[in-house]
Write a protein that binds this ligand. Structure first.
Ligand SMILES: [Zn+2]
Length: 154
C-alpha cells in the first residue's frame, strides 16, 4: 500500500467515528446525517465535485450521467475528500485526474473502506494508479451498462 501505516490508521479512525455518529456506512445517509448537501447536476467530463464553502459547509455535486450505483461510489470518494482534505476547497473526480495524486489515492481508499462490497481482495497491493483505474472502471462500466439498456429498449 502506498500509504503509511499511520495514514491508513487515520482513515480507519475517521470511518469509525463516522459510523459511531451516523450508525451507517451508506454515503448518502452519512451526508444527510452530517448536513452535507448532495446535488445531482449535469457535469461535463466530471463524475463528482466536493466543495467546502468559506463558512465550512460542504456540498457534493454528482454527475446526473451516473446511475445510482456509480453515484454511491463517487459520493463515497467525495466524502473522503471532505473528511480527509478539508483544507482543499474544491475536489474534482475526473477521468483524467492525476492518477498519482496522494489525495485521490486517499479518497479512493476511503471510498473502498466505506463500500467493502466493491473492495478488491488484494487492494493493498494496488498502486495509486491501479486503484484509480479500478474505481473508474467501477464507476464508468455502469454508465455503459445503462447506455446499453437504453439502446436495448429503443
Ligand atoms: Zn477525488
Amino acid at each position: 500500500m502506498e500509504l503509511s501505516r499511520q495514514q491508513y490508521r487515520l482513515i480507519k479512525k475517521v470511518l469509525e467515528q463516522i459510523y459511531q455518529y451516523c450508525g451507517t456506512y451508506d454515503p448518502f445517509l452519512i451526508s444527510k446525517n452530517l448536513n452535507i448537501n448532495v446535488s445531482v447536476i449535469p457535469l461535463k467530463g466530471l463524475s463528482g465535485i466536493s466543495d467546502i464553502s468559506p463558512t465550512g459547509h460542504a456540498t457534493i455535486y454528482l454527475s446526473s450521467a451516473l446511475n445510482s450505483y456509480a453515484k454511491k461510489i463517487v459520493c463515497a470518494h467525495e466524502l473522503g475528500h471532505i473528511f480527509l482534505h478539508r483544507n482543499t476547497e474544491l475536489n474534482l473526480f475526473t477521468v483524467d485526474g492525476n492518477k498519482n495524486s496522494l489525495t485521490e489515492y486517499e479518497a479512493n481508499i476511503f471510498a473502498l473502506e466505506l463500500l467493502p462490497h466493491i473492495k478488491p481482495i488484494n487492494y493493498f497491493q494496488y498502486s495509486k494508479e491501479e486503484l484509480q483505474s479500478y474505481i473508474e472502471k467501477k464507476v464508468f462500466s455502469n454508465i455503459y451498462t445503462l447506455t446499453e439498456q437504453i439502446n436495448d429498449n429503443a
